[in-house]
Design a protein around this ligand. Structure first.
Ligand SMILES: Cc1cc2nc3c(=O)[nH]c(=O)nc-3n(C[C@H](O)[C@H](O)[C@H](O)COP(=O)(O)O)c2cc1C
Length: 196
């Protein structure tokens, strides 16, 4: 079984989402030691923004194909997704623009779009300074809600969220947020093989 581990926080060693994705992957690996892990750091090695290409030998085309292939091969994808200005980081968006591809991971039909990437498990490590999962700011959550929507668009309905929010509110809230995220990680179920 293959796991793709992605980070997209620009904060390096101080990043909460990076800490959480590392803990998630460690937990799944403990449960399934044969899990093959592929790592991609979308902040340290940012992908170029999507653009039309002159030919298939273009390095951006080759990299784009590699990114799409490693996504398609993965049974599980662990995504570190900090909230930046109510949404995801542009580094993560550049990755999404490489994997949401008509004819590959979804197609348009007479009955509307159809996802072709179903069967994968996605675990999102969501970190944010404020709180959005309920209350007056819930309607401004274009990070978790966007990820669920775009992954659903390509057929992925199994999206689990490990959330640490309210990180900038105060020390007590940060400690509670991290404890809550760690409890979600401890409760993750072992990876099962994808249905053929
Ligand atoms: C550019 C930038 C924009 C941010 N925008 C928001 C925001 O809109 N809402 C929020 O709650 N926190 C916001 N934050 C705070 C981050 O979500 C928070 O620091 C989180 O821990 C970042 O994840 P990381 O620790 O993995 O880098 C922002 C942080 C940065 C650097």
């Amino acid at each position: 079984m293959k796991l793709l581990h992605l980070d997209s926080s620009a904060l390096g060693g101080h990043s909460v989402s990076r800490q959480l994705t590392a803990d998630i992957v460690a937990q799944l690996k403990r449960q399934s030691p044969t899990l093959e892990v592929r790592y991609r750091d979308l902040a340290a090695q940012p992908l170029p923004h999507w653009a039309p290409l002159a030919d298939a030998d273009d390095p951006a085309a080759i990299l784009g194909n590699q990114v799409l292939e490693e996504f398609q091969a993965a049974d599980t994808v662990v995504i570190g997704a900090p909230m930046y200005n109510l949404s995801i980081s542009s580094q993560l968006k550049a990755w999404i623009d490489r994997v949401v591809v008509a004819g590959q991971t979804f197609r348009y039909t007479a009955n509307g779009p159809e996802g072709l990437a179903g069967g994968k498990r996605v675990i999102v490590a969501s970190s944010r300074g404020g709180s959005y999962h309920e209350g007056p700011y819930a309607a401004m959550d274009f990070q978790e809600n966007y990820l669920r929507a775009v992954l659903g668009f390509i057929g992925i309905s199994q999206v689990e969220i490990v959330r640490a929010e309210g990180l900038a509110v105060g020390d007590r809230q940060k400690t509670e947020a991290l404890a809550s995220a760690r409890a979600s990680i401890a409760a993750l179920t072992p990876q099962r093989a994808r249905a053929a």
